[in-house]
Design a protein around this ligand. Structure first.
Ligand code: ZN
Length: 133
């Protein structure tokens, strides 16, 4: 894995949270994007080299909605940039980690993504992401 690509934060209200994070970070979101397959609306902020992704539920049955219902708003996942997501998925599987999908999915911000189950990572939902070139 190369570096932390972004930190995902689950929020209830994306518009209100965007205004808050604009104030906090002193910069506007550079991208808003809905990922229909995941049932989420996202907004991305860039601070120096670091990215923050805000996620809100686009549907009541989305994973973000149940996360917020259970744990409230807050840090949802840490995403790591990888060069070859397929190779990394095989490596992690062989190490005994549980992946949440068998194949990479299309995520926000032009990425192929796969999540690693938080039960095997001390409670942290880990996202692998590979930029689509
Ligand atoms: Zn993410």
């Amino acid at each position: 894995m190369n570096k932390i690509e972004h930190i995902g934060i689950a929020v209830k209200d994306l518009d209100e949270s965007c205004r808050l994070y604009e104030k906090l970070l002193g910069t506007a979101a550079y991208k808003r994007e809905s990922v229909i397959s995941e049932g989420v609306d996202t907004a991305f902020f860039l601070t120096g080299e670091n990215k923050i992704e805000l996620l809100s539920a686009a549907a009541e049955d989305s994973a973000i909605a149940s996360f917020i219902a259970k744990r409230g708003e807050g840090i949802h996942h840490i995403a790591f940039d990888v060069d070859d997501i397929y190779a990394e998925m095989i490596r992690l599987k062989n190490e005994g980690f549980v992946l949440l999908s068998e194949e990479p999915k299309f995520g926000a911000d032009n990425k192929l993504i796969c999540f690693v189950h938080p039960k095997g990572t001390k409670g942290v939902l880990v996202e692998l992401c590979q930029e689509i070139k």
